[in-house]
Design a protein around this ligand. Sequence first.
Ligand SMILES: *Cc1c(COP(=O)(O)O)cnc(C)c1O
Length: 391
Amino acid sequence: MFSNKDLGRFEQLETPFYYYDLALLQNTLAACASAAKVYNFHVHYAMKANFNQRVLEKIKATGFGADCVSGGEVNKAIELGFDKNQVVFAGVGKSDKEIKDALDHDIFCFNVESIQELGVINDLAAHKGKKAKVAIRINPNVDAHTHHNITTGLDENKFGINSWDLTDCAEMLKQCDHLEFIGIHFHIGSQITNLDVYKNLCVRVNEFATWFEDRGFMIKVLNVGGGLGIDYHHPDQQIPDFTAYFNIFHEFLQVRPNQEVHFELGRALVGQCSSLISSVLYVKNGKKKNFIILDAGMTELMRPALYQAYHKIDNISKDSVYNTDFVDKDVKYDVVGPICESTDCFGKEVELQKTHRGDLIAIRSTGAYGEVMASRYNLREAVNVVFSEGQ
Ligand SMILES: *Cc1c(COP(=O)(O)O)cnc(C)c1O
């Protein structure tokens, strides 16, 4: 929800812009940290969800580690002062340069996604006279029951090492003198709202941990990844139920003494703390369709075009009914952007009050995979960012 003060401020600003509610971010981080602490779970923030500097600083201050998926993210985490012992590097296609840089930074762990990659990291570490800590990312073939474009843990996905390759993988680990095997890693998808999915994951993790132990490997770290979803339909119910989420792992994961459990949350931490604020440029009323054309498009927020993601859309103009009890939602609009692509559409048949040129529109829950996916396509200007005051 936006206060009248926020709305007054928005009217003075040039649109479009990402608005960050830093107090909400702070509260979300605190809720996650305290829920994790109950079981001594470790949280690494998945930087790709949002690498805005102010956001990252808050996350670092909370004491979370950084889960990186590129050399750029590893470098950024180190540069911002994240503890190198809390920096992990995942990704299906790490380049030699990225691996070398991460070795120079002595990061906590590489989450390795293929047998070939084990060999490459071993060689590069040998060259530097170092030992690289590695965890094996295993594809557990667990269905995340989420959108197929953001599912990562099924046999047909490119991520991780498949179970039928684990024997070869174990062989390889034994041969690699410059690798220290510390654990197993999983990440089965994103925007997971059915917590039963995580029960299934726990069962698989237990099986794989036992498999490695039976072959004489010590598993220090069980990294269960991230993927916890947020409620895009109710952006004002803001903070995800981290307690329920961690409870599942506490209940279903078999954790040996001295074993650490690691999480890599992205969306759940940052998703609700931002909205994309945009102005209505034009309203086109047609026979079959009414269109609202915004000054923000897929160049600012790509998720709807990329994977038909839903974002709640509100007309928040000061003279609108947004802040009153009376909501006269009588018109259905397709809410679209100005980009020359038909997929540049934020929502179809969106019920809104009668909308006019100049009205302010908020596209909600854009803190995760929003600003960071913005592009300059059509030679658009880089998107502006505005922060709540007093943080
Ligand atoms: C993207 C990603 C995450 C975070 O996913 P969310 O859905 O934002 O929680 C965690 N781990 C890995 C390896 C990832 O690629």
